[in-house]
Ligand binder design. Structure first.
Ligand code: FAD
Ligand code: NAD
Length: 558
C-alpha cells in the first residue's frame, strides 16, 4: 500500500510535469501501477491525476505531438477500463493453463481489466497455431506453390531453367527459416504478456483442487478464477499396428528430409492441406479417406470440385479406403534409412517414405486434474463442457478454445478468450457469436466458405416448410490460366433463400478464396440479399467480380 502511495505521489509531483516528454517511460509506469496498485481506488486516483496532468500540459502554449496525445489517451483508457477489484485472498485473480491462441488473449485482456493474472505454458508460447498449426502450415503452403508459379511464368515470357532443374528443394533451409520466424513470434507473445503484467510460468500446470494449481514440480498457487485453455493433440491411431512409424502434423514441421512419397490418412482440413503442400514440394502423394467423399461438412459441390482438381494435379485420392497396418522396412537408399509399407483397406499396399495420420484431434483433458476440481467433460469425446460464456459446471472455472471442441479455429479461440475476460473482469457479459464464421482450407486450390451449405440450407428449409432455396453457381477458368493453359478452374457458389432472398451461404474454390471470403462474411452477417450483391459494381478484371454478376439460377436438382 505504501509503495502504491509513493507511486501515486511520484506521479503527481515529479512525473506529471514531465508528461509530454516522458511518454516512453510512461508505458512502463502504467505497467508498474497495474502490478503494484492492488486497489481499484488507488488505480483510479492515479488515472485521475494522469488525466489532470494531461489537460494541464495541453493548456495554452503547450501542443503535445499527435503521438504523445495518442499514447496518453491510450494509457488513460487502459486505466479507465480497469473495472475489476482484486481479491487478495488468492495468489492470483486468474490463472490460465495454456498459452495458445485462447489462453494468451484471455490473459492479456483480463490483465488489462485490472486482474492479477498468471499463465502457465508447458511448451512454447503461441500454442498450436503459432508453433505447429496455422502459421508454419501457411508458410509451407506459400512455399509449395513456387514450382507451379515458375512453370506458369514461362507463358508470361520468362526464360527459366527446365522444371527438372527448378525442382530442387533445400528442405532444411525451409525448416530453418520457418523456425526463426516462429521463434520471433514466441518472443512477440512473451512481450505481449509481459507488457500486460501477466506472470508467465514456463511449466506444466494442473489442478490440485478447485482453487489450487500445481505449477511444475514444486510450486503451488491459488487463484480466484481458473481458465483452462490447453488445446488438443492429434489422434495417434494407437490401436493400429505400426502406428508408431507414422507421423502427425506436428512432425511435418520438423522433418529432416522432404519425403519422396507420402501417404496421407484422413480427409479433413489437415490431411487435405498437407496433401497439397507435399505434392507442391514434389512428393508423390496418396490421400485416403474412409468415407465416400472427403471434407465432410463442406458444400458437396466444393468437395467434388476439389477432388477433381487435386486428381488433375496428380494426387492419388482414394475414398472408402484407409490404412490398416504399417510396417517399417529397412532401405539404405531411402532418406530415413527405411521405407514404410502401408496396408490399405482396399487390399493394396503402398511403399512410402512417410505416413501422415491426419484423422482428427482430441482435447488435452487427461492428467490436468479436472476430476479433482469437479470439472465435467463430455463422456464420448472428452472435451470440457461449457455454457455460452465458456463457464464449466464449476462456477469459477472456465474453458476456451479447442479443449471445448466448439469450432476449432484460432480466431474462435481468441474470441472466446476475449469474451471470457470481458465477462469475468470487464464488467460486461459477452458470449462469442458463432453465426457466419468464415473458414478457409489452404488446399490446392484453396477453399473459402461461410454460412450454410446447399445441403444444410435445403434440410433446414424443408424442416421449416419454407419456400425453397436458389443456387447460383459459376465455374470458370481464371484469367491467369488462359495463358498458362494450366487445367485449373474456379468455383463460386451462392446459396439463397428464395422467399427472403437472403444469401445464406457462399462457397469459393480459387487461389484468392481465403482472402475474398473474409469480406463476403461481413455482408452475409449483415443479412445481405441477392439483390444487395447484384447492386454492387464488380472490380474488373478479377475472379471476385463473378460474385456480383451471377444472374442465372442453377437448374433445380431436388
Ligand atoms: C496443422 C494445423 C493447422 C491449423 N491451421 C489453422 C488455420 O489455418 N486456421 C485456423 O483458424 N486454425 C487452424 N488450426 C487450428 C488452431 O491451431 C486451433 O484451433 C487453435 O490453436 C486453438 O487454440 P487453443 O488456445 O484452444 O489451443 P492451443 O493453441 O493448442 O494452445 C494450448 C496450449 O496449452 C499448452 N498446454 C497444454 N496442457 C498444458 C498444461 N497442463 N500446462 C500448461 N500448458 C499446457 C499447450 O502446450 C499449448 O501451447 C490448425 C491446427 C493444426 C493442428
Ligand atoms: N485451415 C484451417 O482453418 C484449419 C487447418 C487445419 C486444422 N484446422 C482445425 O483443426 C481441426 C482438426 O483437423 P483434422 O484434419 O485433424 O480433423 P478433421 O476433423 O477436419 O478431419 C479428420 C478426418 O479424419 C477422418 N478420421 C477420423 N477418425 C479416423 C479413423 N480412425 N480412421 C480413418 N480416418 C479417420 C475423418 O473422417 C476426417 O476425414 C479441424 O477440424 C479444424 O477445426 C483448421
Amino acid at each position: 500500500m505504501e509503495r502504491c502511495q509513493r507511486l501515486v505521489t511520484r506521479a503527481t509531483l515529479s512525473f506529471v510535469p514531465l508528461f509530454p516528454t516522458s511518454i516512453s517511460g510512461d508505458k512502463s509506469f502504467v505497467r508498474q501501477i497495474r502490478e503494484q496498485a492492488p486497489s481499484l481506488d488507488l488505480r483510479r486516483k492515479f488515472r485521475d491525476c494522469r488525466l489532470r496532468s494531461f489537460s494541464r500540459t495541453t493548456g495554452p502554449g503547450v501542443v503535445p505531438s499527435v503521438s504523445h496525445r495518442a499514447t496518453a489517451r491510450a494509457a488513460a483508457h487502459d486505466l479507465c477500463t480497469m473495472h475489476y477489484e482484486r481479491d487478495t485472498r488468492y495468489d492470483f485473480d486468474l490463472f490460465v493453463i495454456g498459452g495458445g491462441s485462447g489462453g494468451v488473449r484471455a490473459a492479456r485482456v483480463s490483465a488489462n481489466h485490472g486482474a492479477r493474472v498468471a499463465l502457465a505454458e508447458s511448451s512454447r508460447l503461441g500454442g498450436t497455431c503459432v508453433n505447429v498449426g496455422c502459421i508454419p502450415k501457411k508458410l509451407f503452403s506459400y512455399g509449395s506453390h513456387y514450382l507451379h508459379d515458375f512453370e506458369d511464368a514461362r507463358a508470361y515470357g520468362w526464360e527459366l531453367p527446365s522444371s527438372a532443374e527448378l525442382n530442387r528443394v533445400d528442405w532444411s533451409r525451409l525448416i530453418r527459416n520457418k523456425d526463426a520466424e516462429i521463434e520471433r513470434l514466441n518472443g512477440v507473445y512473451q512481450r505481449i504478456l509481459d507488457q500486460a503484467g501477466v506472470r508467465i510460468f514456463h511449466a506444466r500446470a494442473e489442478l490440485v483442487d478447485a482453487h489450487t494449481l500445481r505449477v511444475g514440480d514444486e510450486q503451488t498457487f491459488t487463484a480466484k478464477y481458473i481458465l483452462i485453455a490447453v488445446g488438443g493433440h492429434s489422434n495417434p491411431l494407437a490401436d493400429m499396428p505400426g502406428s508408431e512409424h507414422c507421423i502427425t502434423s506436428n512432425d511435418c514441421f520438423y522433418l529432416k528430409h522432404l519425403p519422396r512419397s507420402v501417404l496421407v490418412v484422413g480427409g479433413g482440413y489437415i490431411g487435405t492441406e498437407f496433401a497439397g503442400i507435399f505434392h507442391g514440394y514434389g512428393s508423390k502423394v496418396t490421400q485416403v479417406h474412409r468415407g465416400n467423399l472427403f471434407l465432410r461438412g463442406f458444400d458437396d459441390d466444393v468437395r467434388l470440385f476439389i477432388a477433381q482438381q487435386m486428381r488433375k494435379d496428380g494426387i492419388d485420392l482414394r475414398f472408402e479406403c484407409t490404412v490398416k497396418a504399417v510396417e517399417s522396412v529397412p532401405d539404405k537408399s531411402a532418406p530415413e534409412g527405411r521405407v514404410l509399407r502401408a496396408h490399405l483397406t482396399d487390399g493394396t499396399e503402398l511403399v512410402v517414405d512417410q505416413v501422415l495420420l491426419a484423422i482428427g484431434r482430441h482435447p488435452n483433458t487427461d492428467g490436468i486434474g479436472l476430476e479433482r476440481a469437479g470439472v465435467q467433460t463430455d463422456p464420448r469425446r472428452g472435451h470440457i463442457i461449457v455454457d455460452e460464456y465458456s463457464r464449466t459446471n464449476v462456477e469459477h472455472i472456465y474453458a476456451v478454445g479447442d479443449v471445448t471442441n466448439r469450432l476449432n479455429l484460432t480466431p474462435v479461440a481468441i474470441a472466446e478468450g476475449a469474451c471470457f475476460a470481458d465477462t469475468v473482469f470487464g464488467g460486461r457479459a459477452r458470449a462469442p457469436n458463432y453465426e457466419m464464421v468464415p473458414t478457409a482450407v489452404f488446399s490446392v486450390p484453396p477453399i473459402g466458405t461461410v454460412g450454410l451449405t446447399e445441403e444444410k440450407a435445403r434440410e433446414l428449409d424443408k424442416k421449416q416448410g419454407g419456400g425453397g432455396i436458389d443456387i447460383y453457381r459459376s465455374v470458370f477458368r481464371p484469367l491467369k490460366h488462359t495463358l498458362t493453359k494450366r487445367d485449373r478452374q474456379t468455383l463460386m457458389k451462392l446459396v439463397v433463400d428464395r422467399k427472403t432472398q437472403r444469401v445464406l451461404g457462399c462457397h469459393l474454390v480459387d487461389d484468392a478464396a481465403p482472402e475474398i471470403i473474409q469480406a463476403v462474411a461481413i455482408a452475409l452477417k449483415m443479412g445481405a440479399t441477392k439483390a444487395d450483391f447484384d447492386n454492387v459494381i464488380g472490380v474488373h478484371p478479377t475472379g471476385a467480380e463473378e460474385l456480383v454478376t451471377m444472374r442465372e439460377k442453377a437448374p433445380e436438382t431436388n
